[in-house]
Every structure is written in C-alpha cells, then in structure tokens.
Design a protein. Structure first.
Length: 205
C-alpha cells in the first residue's frame, strides 16, 4: 500500500496528523542567497531559509459531498490562534512523505475549485500549500553562514594592515594574511588614495 503524505501539527490547538486524499505529483523547495561585495570579493552574507510548496488534489464527487470539508482541515491552519492573552502563534507543522520532511508554518494556501454539483457545491479542488521554515537558533546561525563565511572590511583613510588585523582578528601579526588574500603588492604603502573605500576580505584564522 502506498504511503500517504501527511501534515503533522506539532504545536497548536489541534495537534495530530492530517492525511491527504491523493499523494502530490510534485513539490518545490526554494532557497535564496544574499551576497555582499563585488567581483572576486563577493561573499555569502545570508542564506534565506527555503520555502516549501506542494499541491494536493481533492475529489469528493463520488460521495457527492462538499470538498471544502476536506480542504478546510489544512486551510484552518492559517487562522490565528491565541495562546494566553497576548501571544498569537501559527501552528507549527511537519510535512512528511517518502522519507522527506519539512518543518514550518503554513504561510499561504491557494484553493482552486474545478468541479461542482448542480447546486454549486464544489466537489473537486487543488490546494497549493506553502510552508515557511521554522528552525532553532543554531540552525539559523548555520544558514546565515556566521560560522563559515569570511568577514569584510571597508578601507578608511589611515587604515594600516596591522591595525585592520588587530581590529578584525585581534592579532596584528595577521596583516600578512590579509595582504596576501587581497593581492596587496606593497603592504608598507597601504593604504593609498585609491585604496580608500575598497572592501578587503578578512581571512579565517
């Protein structure tokens, strides 16, 4: 028997699993990257958490029942719930299917009704669901690249390499590494008028 995709509500007033009527034929995970610097000095600044989008198909024609009773189980997860008197927190959900999982809040639901009874009651629908990731502080730090990306330094008038090394790396002796990484041919003459405003790569130590 084929495994059914489901949405598990991890945190919220109605915790439990919502199984879909039919497994999706595709899903999309998107990631966006922000970078800083120019040319050869382009560096990662931030990797935005990916969004996850999946489309579900619902059909209640044989039962002659309102398909919205099925789609509402998912759509209701976009409605605000109150925890206490001051906090409104969207339900935390986990999409599971075929060994793949995605944790987040449902940020958007698009319903498209494609078949109706003579009374106008919809009996067939496509539901496109978008989840926005929710991660721990440790995962967020990793995504932002705080532990893996080099620092950048904008050169100001009077910035000597040893001073930059001390301020950026707490070690003035690291000025040679900074000079080498940035192809500074004459470190003793740095900075010239042409260097002011340039962005230097501060290497990892």
């Amino acid at each position: 028997m084929a495994e059914k995709a489901r949405i598990q509500v991890l945190e919220g007033p109605d915790q439990g699993a919502i199984s879909v009527m039919f497994n999706p034929s595709e899903y999309t995970v998107s990631t966006t990257v922000q970078a800083t610097g120019e040319g050869a000095q382009v560096q990662f600044k931030l990797v935005n958490m990916p969004e996850f989008t999946v489309t579900f198909f619902f059909d209640t024609y044989e039962k002659q029942s309102d398909v919205r009773k099925e789609t509402e189980k998912i759509r209701s997860l976009t409605m605000p719930t109150v925890e206490g008197r001051e906090t409104k927190r969207p339900p935390l959900c986990l999409f599971l299917w075929g060994g793949f999982s995605y944790k987040g809040i449902i940020s958007r639901v698009d319903q498209k009704f494609t078949m109706f009874l003579e009374t106008g009651i919809p009996v067939r629908a496509e539901l496109t669901v978008t989840l926005k990731a929710v991660v721990s502080p440790e995962e967020d730090t990793q995504r932002k690249g705080n532990e893996a990306c080099r620092k950048l330094w904008t050169v100001k008038t009077g910035d000597r390499l040893d001073v930059i090394a001390y301020k950026a790396l707490k070690d003035p002796a690291q000025w040679k590494k900074i000079a080498r990484v940035n192809d500074i041919v004459d470190p003793l003459a740095f900075p010239t008028d042409g260097d002011t405003g340039k962005m230097l790569i501060i290497p990892d130590t």
